[in-house]
Write a protein that binds this ligand. Structure first.
Ligand SMILES: NC(=O)c1ccc[n+]([C@@H]2O[C@H](COP(=O)([O-])OP(=O)(O)OC[C@H]3O[C@@H](n4cnc5c(N)ncnc54)[C@H](OP(=O)(O)O)[C@@H]3O)[C@@H](O)[C@H]2O)c1
Length: 309
């Protein structure tokens, strides 16, 4: 298949692109900087420059059979001022709307759109068990995810199969939340976030990439899919597991107040509780390589230690 990927240069995209290539697919990366894309994905990567506008995107889509949509500005890249909220929204719901408009005008439409979303869809839900059928939550992130999914969902009316991956915290090498947590944990200064009682759904990058690759091919996949491991843990359990993996104490909590001072309302990303379970993945018998956190962390950190990161 020929697959157009947005967000290809990101933490998830950089793992997805080679995985698609290994499956024999050709990737066309829609990027804001061709130079950065070549640097991160290799000189041979086919690109569509975002600066070429709707026309360029439509032309790039012409010969594509599938689209994976992962673009989005980092949620924790700064305080959520009104301008930043607009930019977080534009880079997800806005980019997705542009993508679907371009698909509508393409002469040859792709058959499937696998589009990013996040467990933020569910809001802050204490220890309620959340499946794909649970109602959406409230707050900026939940609204953002709902709008993002709604824009992607419009591709159904164009005849595409649409899969919405509500992703948890992705655990992988060289990026994501773990890269931000590791310096403190390596010093023995890490620990639970806030009360530590909030549920923190997570997934190994390997499993996330694998499920996107399967979703492109398997017609049974459609609609929302929780991209989370079958064993959700609390923030305290996560900190303990990371401490064990690094053989460091991990008991120093980061107080919620400090996070609110540091990140403002964006602290909600770290403090919300989402006990999300992968009901759809279990129905589809998705074979998790890393269902349990200890093994996932051992895999990720083992590689990091070997490379001296
Ligand atoms: N990593 C996680 O734990 C996690 C969890 C849940 C959901 N997600 C979602 O999954 C998606 C990918 O995550 P990631 O961790 O790979 O993110 P990432 O490393 O921050 O990469 C984001 C990608 O989006 C592109 N991008 C950023 N701002 C953009 C804009 N204004 N317009 C167009 N493209 C833009 C970036 O391209 P440039 O090269 O041009 O900067 C980059 O390729 C994001 O939407 C994220 O919210 C991630």
């Amino acid at each position: 298949m020929r697959v157009l990927v947005t967000g290809a240069t990101g933490f998830i995209g950089r793992a997805l692109v080679p995985a698609l290539a290994r499956e024999g697919h050709t990737v066309v990366a829609w990027v804001r900087s061709v130079a950065r894309a070549r640097d991160r994905l290799g000189a041979g990567i086919e690109t569509v420059d975002a600066a070429s506008g709707r026309g360029g995107l439509t032309a790039g889509l012409e010969r594509c059979d599938a689209v994976v949509n992962l673009a989005g500005e980092p949620l924790l890249g700064g305080r959520w001022t009104p301008a930043r909220r607009a930019s977080l929204h534009q880079s997800r719901a806005g980019v997705t709307a542009d993508l679907v408009s371009a698909i509508a005008t393409a002469r040859h439409r792709p058959g499937v759109l696998v589009s990013g979303s996040a467990v933020g869809y569910y809001g802050d839900r204490a220890d309620e068990i959340l499946t794909e059928d649970s109602a959406p939550g409230s707050g900026f992130l939940a609204d953002l995810c709902r709008d993002w999914e709604a824009e992607a969902g419009k591709a159904e009316a164009l005849g595409l199969r649409v899969v919405l991956v509500r992703t948890g915290v992705v655990v992988g090498r060289d990026g994501g939340a773990l890269a931000q947590m590791l310096p403190a944990f390596r010093l023995g200064a890490g620990g639970p976030i806030g009360s530590g009682r909030q549920y923190l759904p997570w997934i190994h990058l390997h499993d996330l990439v694998a499920l996107v690759v399967v979703a492109l091919d398997d017609d049974r996949w459609r609609g929302p899919v929780n991209g989370v491991s079958p064993k959700p843990v609390t923030s305290r359990d996560f900190a303990r597991a990371l401490g064990r993996a690094l053989r460091r104490p991990a008991i120093l909590p980061t107080p919620a107040l400090a996070l609110r001072v540091l990140f403002g309302q964006a602290a909600a990303v770290l403090l919300a509780s989402q006990r999300v379970v992968p009901a759809a993945l279990e129905r589809l018998a998705f074979p998790f390589a890393f269902p349990a956190l200890d093994a996932a962390l051992a895999d990720v950190l083992g590689g990091a230690e070997r490379r001296g990161v």
